[in-house]
Design a protein around this ligand. Structure first.
Ligand code: ATP
Ligand code: MG
Length: 572
């Protein structure tokens, strides 16, 4: 490709609305442009990267025996009503009507559509197992679309669905996908972790996320400092917070805590440690049930754990009106005494005595409160986020915490959809059985963005060669010098003949401009051809990743570039 005839609109400045590096650099390197919140154009360089990620995914999915299909982005409501998700999916599902007043949605994920294909076409155990996948544009009306392609509303996803006759078969399909994902992210040149994920109401350890480690990740990954245990914070159990306190029970005291907004304020004012101040959170759990969950002041509430414990589709904070109705008090002062909702408590409260709670009255807290004596707890369980230093459930080591970007998610579905949508096969004895399913997603754009989060410097992107828009850039630095221009042209043609993806910066621009753009876009290998070095018969090859500069005889340039390229592909 000749840059003079290409479309690469780079920007000098970071766009004002870009918070993370990948968003800034994708905009500046002319890869994407915003059309509306969370909706982007893919410009040529961006599209090449996206297609490369797709092809890597395709290669390993095919190798694992999955078969590519393409389902519609627009999905009729009937299918979603059959599965029961039409009414529970919430506002992320973009719904609309056609001219005949029929309901449709933009597919955010395709369990319903694929289950419909399989139930119509698959009859017998002989037709199974089967794994169908697609690479397709999804739409989710995210509350906070941000970070460019990382959390868009319209985005490209690879989604695969496996169909098996038995649970064991489904587990094998799951393991095959897990292995394929490892190959995919390795082939993308990414550093990633496979972590246990929250598997919702289905239970078991049958959900894993693939996390690319990066400071800007929105997910917290808990891992063990001594073994290979790793889990999303939503999932990582806390097993070591319970402690029996040995104090005589004291009488409840009512204290005024004017203008104390936080646990720290209250603890300091009352002269007690933060862990003695217990927070009472009023929540709405599925089916409009209002409940209270109590946790220690120095702990964080974990909604996923509460949702799983109660086996409800969602849990949300109650509104101030709901809080007033159920506690008779304002938001921020809820406590367990005298309220008419079920009270659940985190395990850490089990052995606690004489603690501080909200008084269900503005500016009032209660001291020396004790469960059992002053109020009742329906059940104790693990309702909090793990912290660094907590004990690993697998080996007794200590938890550490890192941030990650979830690029892939694999999930054993069981018969959730085959039951609701009647996806049945006939077994060897001619008996009807439900098909056992799994689903597996990879965010294509998010994977490209994650690669940038992991590989960049102050000058721009440092593409892993597997994803780079072009492997090699040739920069003729003096376009008025015939030798320079001729050598650049010859090398460009020779590299193309060798199958190298090469871009020739033949624009009439100063060397500085060409350097900056090349570093911004992040081509893995750059060749500077300037009249000064050429007087000695030499060119300069620069490896973006290491910054290494290699002077090389012009006749050796081709073989040297091929050698470096080979090496970059084979590095970990
Ligand atoms: P998140 O928790 O980040 O919202 P999710 O759990 O909703 O992700 P899945 O439903 O498992 O995501 O979707 C499969 C994959 O699709 C994710 O692992 C991620 O890579 C990608 N993905 C999900 N939502 C988005 C989005 N809004 N923008 C870009 N990619 C996304
Ligand atoms: Mg999501």
């Amino acid at each position: 490709m000749r840059l003079s005839k290409y479309f690469l609109p780079t920007l000098r400045e970071n766009p004002a609305d870009a918070e993370v590096v990948s968003h800034k650099l994708m905009m500046r390197a002319g890869m994407i442009r915003k059309v509306a919140a969370g909706i982007y154009d893919y410009l040529p360089m961006g599209l090449i990267v996206i297609r490369k990620v797709e092809n890597i995914i395709r290669k390993y999915m095919n190798e694992a025996g999955a078969i590519e299909v393409l389902m519609p982005a627009v999905v009729p409501a009937e299918l979603w009503k059959e599965s029961g998700r039409w009414n529970v999916y919430g506002k992320e599902l973009l719904r609309f009507k056609d001219r005949h007043d029929r309901d449709f949605c933009m597919g955010p994920t395709h369990e319903e559509v694929v289950t419909d294909i399989v139930r119509n076409e698959v009859k017998s155990y002989k037709d199974l197992p089967i794994n169908l996948y697609q690479i397709q544009t999804k739409f989710r009306d995210e509350v906070r679309p941000r970070f460019g392609l990382m959390r868009g509303r319209e985005f490209i996803m690879k989604d695969a669905y496996s169909f098996d006759t038995t649970d064991e078969g489904a587990e094998k399909s799951y393991r095959d996908m897990r292995d394929a994902y490892c190959k995919i992210f390795k082939a993308c040149g990414l550093k990633y972790k496979v972590v246990e994920a929250d598997s919702g109401a289905i239970g078991g350890n049958f959900s894993h996320e693939f996390m690319v480690t990066a400071e800007t990740g929105e997910d917290f990954v808990i891992s063990c400092d001594s073994c290979d245990y790793a889990a999303n914070i939503e999932k990582a159990p806390v097993i070591d917070v319970w402690q029996e306190e040995d104090e005589p029970l004291k009488s409840v005291e009512r204290v005024e805590t004017k203008n104390m907004k936080t646990v720290t304020d209250v603890a300091n004012y009352l002269g007690v440690p933060e862990k003695k101040v217990v927070k009472t959170m009023i929540l709405r759990a599925g089916n409009d049930d209002i409940i209270a969950v109590m946790i220690r002041g120095d702990h964080e509430l974990n909604m996923a754990k509460i949702k799983n414990f109660l086996n409800v589709p969602y849990v949300e904070f109650a509104t101030p009106e709901e809080i007033l109705k159920s506690t008779n008090g304002p938001l921020g002062y809820s406590g367990p005494i005298g309220i008419n909702v079920k009270i659940f408590a985190d395990n850490a409260l089990k052995g606690m005595k004489n603690y501080v709670v909200g008084g269900n009255e503005k500016d009032i807290h209660l001291l020396n409160v004790n469960h059992g004596r002053d109020f009742s707890i329906v059940a104790f369980s693990d309702f909090i986020n793990a912290k660094p230093g907590n004990t690993c459930p697998k080996c007794g080591g200590k938890y550490v915490i890192t941030k990650g970007i979830e690029v892939g998610h694999i999930f054993k579905l069981g018969t959730k959809y085959s039951k609701s949508m009647k996806a049945i096969y006939l077994d060897k004895d001619g008996k009807q059985q439900y098909i056992v399913m799994g689903c597996y997603g990879i965010g294509v754009g998010r994977t490209a963005a994650a690669a940038i989060e992991q590989n960049h410097d102050e000058k721009g992107i440092i593409w892993p060669i597997q994803m780079a828009p072009f492997e090699v850039a040739i920069l003729p630095l003096n376009d008025d010098n015939e030798d320079v221009v001729n050598l650049a042209e010859t090398l460009y043609i020779k590299l193309q003949k060798k199958g190298v993806e090469v871009i020739l910066d033949d624009r009439k621009e100063r060397a500085g401009v060409k350097f900056n753009d090349a570093e911004l876009v992040g081509y893995p290998i750059r060749v500077n051809i300037g009249k000064k070095t050429l007087e000695n018969g030499e060119v300069e090859i620069i490896i973006r990743k290491t910054g290494e500069k290699i002077s090389c005889k012009k006749d050796d340039a081709l073989s040297k570039i091929l050698e470096i390229r080979e090496k970059l592909y084979n590095e970990d």
